[in-house]
Design a protein around this ligand. Structure first.
Ligand code: SF4
Ligand code: SF4
Length: 204
């Protein structure tokens, strides 16, 4: 039989009295190392996530579902983003592509075993802005406000962003009430197609 070398014996003795590398999980929580990619979670802070759905667009596993619910009159609605950890491959693309860089973060949470598929879903819900002409979804109100903050005074060059800002400042109702509407289309939320048609109509 092959005799152990002195170096191997020393290593065995060191391992016997040295730091343990195994953990007592699941009896004690195991702390994941730095850079660990655990369950992605949407921020609950107001406007960390603006509901733009860029995270869903880039998700290679299609683990983020975008559900839009429109009211029966077609004038309002909600966009819900649902992140499904049971489909997620923990690539981190959603966090990387998030336009605010704060909307969705991969956490250290890994203990996700459950019999209820919906139990671990992270959900965020936002108000939609609907075109007042054709009732198409434009985007979310918070997304328009994020654009307005990014653009600063330039946001006044885009009627839809400008109207959202005025709505936020509770000015919109007075402006609509007081205006004789010489160019009425400018005082309505319109999708890009309807906006283009409106501008063309005004020019001719
Ligand atoms: S970590 Fe990757 S797979 Fe999971 S939700 Fe984000 S983009 Fe999709
Ligand atoms: S703000 Fe970030 S987390 Fe929220 S929908 Fe957009 S990309 Fe996703």
């Amino acid at each position: 039989m092959r005799q152990p070398k002195v170096r191997e014996l020393m290593e065995a003795i060191r391992a016997l009295f040295g730091k343990r590398f195994t953990t007592k999980f699941p009896f004690e929580p195991s702390i994941p190392p730095e850079g660990f990619r655990g369950k992605p979670v949407y921020s609950t802070l107001d406007r960390d996530c603006v509901g733009c759905s860029a995270c869903a667009e880039v998700c290679p596993a299609k683990a983020i579902k975008v559900i839009e619910e429109i009211a029966p009159d077609g004038k309002s609605g909600k966009r819900k983003l649902v992140q499904h950890p049971e489909i997620c491959i923990y690539c981190g693309q959603c966090e990387r592509a998030c336009i605010t860089q704060k909307g969705i973060k991969l956490t250290l949470e890994y203990d996700l075993a459950t019999v209820d598929k919906t139990a671990n879903a992270s959900i965020v819900e936002k108000d939609l802005v609907i075109c007042q002409n054709c009732f198409a979804v434009i985007t979310t109100f918070d997304h328009l406000m994020w654009l307005s903050d990014k653009l600063g005074t330039l946001s006044f060059t885009n009627p839809t962003v400008m109207l959202a800002k005025q709505k936020e400042l509770e000015l919109l109702e007075n402006i609509v009430k007081d205006s004789p509407h010489p160019r009425g289309g400018h005082l309505r939320f319109l999708c890009p197609n309807c906006r283009r048609e409106q501008i063309l109509k005004e020019q001719w």
